[in-house]
Structure formats: C-alpha cells, structure tokens
Design a binder for this molecule. Sequence first.
Ligand code: SF4
Length: 225
Amino acid sequence: MPGMAGGADKPERPGAEQWLPEPGHRDVATLREAATGCRGCELWEPATQVVFSAGATGGRLALVGEQPGDQEDRRGVPFVGPAGRLLQAAVEEAGIAREDVYVTNAVKHFRFTQQAPGNRRIHATPEAAHVTACRPWLAAELAAVDPEVVVVLGATAGRALLGPSFRVTKERGHVIERETSRGTKRFVATLHPSAVLRTPPEQRDAARDGLVADLRVAAAALGPR
Ligand code: SF4
C-alpha cells in the first residue's frame, strides 16, 4: 500500500523474542528499556519511538489496548490522546483506583499511513503478524505485573490475548477465565475507547455507558484489597 509505514512487500518479522532480556531479568523497567532496541517487525522504523506502558507495575488490573496513536508516538506514553482521556474518565467512573491500574498495548509501535495534504499520519490497524511479532513483550510484562484482572480493549488486544476467533461484540462485558503462565487469569473485554469516539454523536453516550458498565464488571472481579 503506497505510504504504508515500513512499506516493503514482504517485511522481515523475526518477532520480539530475541530482544527480550534474559528470564529472571524481566521486570517492567528492564523490559521497557530493552524494547527501545526491538526490531522484531518493521513498525519500529517510521515510528518516533517505542511506547511501552504506564501506570502501576504492581497493578491489580491491566488495561490492554491496540497500539499507540499519533500523540502517544510523539510523547512515548500510552493513552495520552483523546481516547486515553476518555478511558481514564471511564476507569474513574467505574470505581477503579488509579494506583491499581497498569496500561499497555498489544503492539508497541505506531502503525500509520502518511497522507497529503500536510503529510498527516493516519492510524492503520496492525496486522495479525504485527500482533504475533510483538506478543513476547505483552506476555512478559503481564507475567511481571501479574494483575488479577486483564481488561481487553477492542479486537486487536482480544485476538492477542484470547485467540484469533475473539469477537468483542460477542464476548464483552463478562468474566472470561483462561490458563496463563501465572495460573488462571480473569479477562474482561470491552470496546476500545477510540471506537467510542468514532460512534455517531447520537449513540456516543450509550457507547460510553457500555464501556463504563464493562469496566464495572472488571472492578467487581477484583478480589478484596
Ligand atoms: S511493534 Fe513490537 S515487535 Fe514490532 S518493532 Fe515494535 S516492539 Fe518490536
């Protein structure tokens, strides 16, 4: 596709595994530092920087989105754009304490197309191959944080964490239990906040209410402090 980031026809995607620190040295700070050198797929090259994660590295609840957006790519921090602000307000409204929350994405570099006029950078959904290439970072950080509940924000995160047949519209809003390297984990799926922002204005309040309701399910799935 003309203008596609890393636009080679068959880009090399060795996957992130070889850039991970040795097992036993995979705390979030070490992972974050190591990810700056990742060349596991072609998305690193046109992006400004890797965008790893933010929030509580011992958080009881992890929020997993798709990929950084334009503002996140420029600032190096996830969920700082309009979708991030909507998400933060929804998390608060659902009664989830900020100190309980770790936020990250399934893919750590911004995938975009560049379009005239003004060379605007337009979000492009990561392919399944990008999600697969980047999955070692997501698996390692979730193993390090070991949250009680993982909130899956949208289809890309859902397919990364719950498999290729995941459909957010079918599986949102209830607790899904899965075996992981850290034992049985609880997942709750919901819309990505960007999808709420793309909803037609007359339906946007209902979409936002749905996001908050799903986050309340996740809050209720947390055990007592
Ligand atoms: S998107 Fe993920 S796998 Fe690809 S270069 Fe970035 S960190 Fe590595």
